[in-house]
Design a protein around this ligand. Structure first.
Ligand code: AN7
Length: 351
């Protein structure tokens, strides 16, 4: 049978109520891409895969949780969904709401959302509201208004978001035949790392697939879980994870600890270098998505993580097309030539 999305594939393992009415864009089923070229760069002698979540319908992993949250909301008769977002959740909520015929309202931090995400939220027809403040300020507003009105909250405080996001852990185990030794991923509001751990634990209880160690990476300018306290003014080029007060922070720390892993901070330079390394393998991911690889590289180089003989998965959470400005702003403009063969030969210097 043709692929029908994660609720169809894993529905019985996702704790969704009976009233759920499936709203799907055929999310999930993303590739686990081997990257032997990066293994070489990191010293060799292990296996490395990228779970390329940027290939979901709206270009990020958020679609896994959103199909679950919107399907539940529709089933209980909700007419509108609302979220705060650094961009990807907004685009995903907007798309699934459109699919379901619901109104979507998204609050984003003013001027801090990448172009592809903002455009997504707009084209899918959401009401987009810029807040003069951070993501954390926007989330506080959304939490309060959903306590007073029937608007359905679709941030990852909504438990069904996590239920849907567990599906990525199931897919990795199904593809590899077991859990990897390490799973490396970015951490922002901390829903994803929490959901992965729930998923790996559930699959292990059911199918003895084993448990990975989790390596979560926050941006150094937005690293509350590393610092041990909220960050009032988070700042990073990886705007997706520019979050100072993660809603699922406690659970994320517990997941990392239970897995015998950790959450660490990586600098913007390390994030951009990792983004370039992935691009060198033909995988263009947005900056936040490269944080997992940046964390792995830092730990391997510092001698804190011995990859030899291990099987490692790096989760790349969003597509590079979401945030083209990071690249185009930092590069030299491509050469311009007259439409003449002589000029072309001069420039490319072949033969
Ligand atoms: C590409 O869209 O929080 O730790 O509002 O877009 O589960 O929050 C995005 C987060 C990683 C962090 N990578 O995941 C939002 C939002 C990308 C992201 C994260 C985000 P969580």
């Amino acid at each position: 049978m043709a692929y029908q999305g994660i609720l169809q594939r894993y529905g019985s393992l996702l704790g969704l109520p009976d009233h759920t009415q499936q709203v799907t864009l055929l999310e999930g089923g993303t590739p686990l891409v081997p990257v032997p070229g990066l293994v070489e760069k990191l010293g060799g002698d292990f296996e490395l895969f990228v779970k390329f979540e940027g290939l979901n319908p709206t270009g990020s992993f958020k679609d896994r949780g959103m199909t679950a949250a919107v399907s539940e909301a529709v089933g209980r008769g909700a007419e509108a969904v609302i979220c705060a977002s650094t961009g990807n959740t907004a685009a995903s909520a907007a798309a699934y709401a459109a699919r379901a015929g619901l109104r979507a309202i998204v609050l984003i931090p003013e001027g801090k959302v990448a172009a592809g995400k903002l455009a997504g939220a707009i084209v899918y027809g959401a009401q987009v509201i810029q807040v003069q403040g951070s993501f954390d300020d926007a989330l506080a507003l959304v939490v309060e208004i959903t306590q007073r009105t029937p608007l359905a909250l679709v941030n990852s405080l909504n438990p069904y978001r996590l239920e849907g996001q567990k599906s990525a852990a199931f897919e990795i185990c199904d593809t590899l035949g077991a859990a990897p030794d390490w799973l490396c991923l970015p951490v922002g509001n901390a829903g994803n790392i929490t959901a992965y751990w729930m998923g790996f634990e559930q699959y292990h209880a059911l199918k003895k697939t084993g448990l990975p160690q989790l390596l979560g990476a926050q941006a150094a300018g937005a690293a509350p879980l590393v610092l041990g306290h909220p960050v009032e003014q988070p700042e990073t080029i990886a705007t997706a994870i520019r979050i100072g007060r993660p809603a699922r922070g406690e659970q994320a720390l517990q997941a990392a600890q239970e897995s015998r892993g950790r959450i660490l901070a990586v600098s913007d330079d390390e994030i951009l270098a990792a983004q370039q390394m992935l691009a060198g393998e033909g995988l263009w991911v947005e900056p936040a998505s490269a944080a997992g690889l940046a964390g792995l590289k830092a730990e391997v180089e510092a001698g804190n993580l011995d990859p030899r003989g291990k099987r490692i998965v790096v989760v790349c959470t969003g597509h590079g097309l979401k945030d083209p400005d990071v690249i185009t702003h930092s590069m030299e403009k491509p050469r311009v030539i007259p439409a003449e063969m002589g000029a072309l030969v001069d420039v490319i210097k072949v033969g």
